[in-house]
Design a protein around this ligand. Structure first.
Ligand code: GLN
Length: 310
């Protein structure tokens, strides 16, 4: 399909969804996120040739939240390789993103790197041997490099808001610390975690950052490998199985692509070999995943024939 046909489909989907009223509920447990306009909607697709098709608020930055966990996982695998899997599992959780009960059953080892506990353990690994500022700088530089955009930054108000109210995450982190799963002081690890969740990016920037996952680990603009092909395949596999928490099965069923959501209402989805896609609509369903975002991706995968299941 040509770039102009892709743009037509993207515009069509944004137009269809603009009038929807069943948008779900904007996250409010991080007070600063509740201020976002629920009517926002953005969609951006970067195809394998680097063409961008965008619609709606595709250039408006939003809080990427848990989508950052795809990139911290990538960094941590680069740093520790398979040693990472001693600290965190890679099975779907079937429980909420901030579930505490599962952690007790599993003796402080989080089920996967995308639930909060798992992502906190991954952040702790990136932090080891560094000061929190350096670790955060490394994560931010990686995002800017992947998106080829040096304007990407952190929304400090969102980070401070979560730091003030992140009681659950403090509970999860302290629990893991009691099992020796975290190496660094809990405050340091969570400081880095809250800040990388508070990175603000637009759909276009996020779709750019995801390109390497759609291109067997290579940055298509430079041809350089960001990660080996096998690692890109595995990150996509974890996105497919765990990227939407206890809504992962539903997302795979409806969309058929690896994807990672965030409570800011964004989703990064990958059509391997074909495209990197980002969508944003702040209203969430009961599993904390963007309601219209999932619908937009379902329509896109259907109309473009992009499901990994054929
Ligand atoms: N920063 C959020 C939290 O830890 C991320 C959750 C999410 O996006 N699902 O609760």
């Amino acid at each position: 399909m040509s770039a102009s046909q892709l743009q037509r489909v993207v515009t069509e989907i944004a137009d269809e969804l603009r009038t929807r009223t069943d948008r779900g509920t904007v996250a409010s447990y991080i007070p600063e996120l509740a201020r976002v306009d629920a009517k926002s909607f953005g969609l951006a697709v970067i195809d394998r040739d680097g063409n961008a098709a965008v619609a709606g608020d595709a250039d408006e930055p939003f809080s990427i939240q848990s989508i950052s966990k795809v990139f911290t996982l990538t960094l941590a695998l680069g740093k520790a390789g398979d040693r990472l899997w001693k600290r965190v599992g890679r099975e779907p959780s079937g429980t909420a993103f901030n579930s505490i009960v599962q952690l007790e059953y599993e003796k402080g080892i989080p089920r996967n790197p995308f639930i909060n506990a798992g992502a906190i353990a991954v952040t702790d690994l990136i932090l080891s041997g560094h000061q929190p500022k350096e670790a955060l700088g490394e994560i931010l530089r990686f995002m800017r490099f992947l998106a080829d955009d040096h304007s990407i930054g952190i929304d400090e108000a969102v980070a401070a808001s979560e730091q003030r109210t992140g009681y659950r995450n403090f509970a999860l982190a302290n629990y893991m610390k009691s099992y020796g799963v975290l190496e660094n002081p809990v405050d340091f690890t969570l400081g880095v975690y809250f800040h990388h969740c508070a990175i603000a990016m637009s759909c276009r920037q996020l779709a750019m950052a995801g390109r390497f996952l759609a291109r067997s680990g290579r940055n298509p603009a430079t041809g350089h490998a960001v990660v080996p092909p096998e690692r890109a395949k595995r990150i996509n596999a974890i996105m497919l199985m765990c990227g939407h928490y206890d809504g992962s099965g539903e997302f795979a069923y409806r969309v058929g692509l690896p994807g990672k959501s965030g409570v800011g209402g964004g989703i990064l989805a990958i059509a391997p070999g074909t495209a990197s896609i980002a969508v944003w609509s702040p209203g969430l369903d009961v599993t904390g995943n963007s309601r219209l975002g999932q619908l937009a991706l379902e329509l896109l995968s259907k109309r473009m024939g992009w499901s990994i299941f054929g």
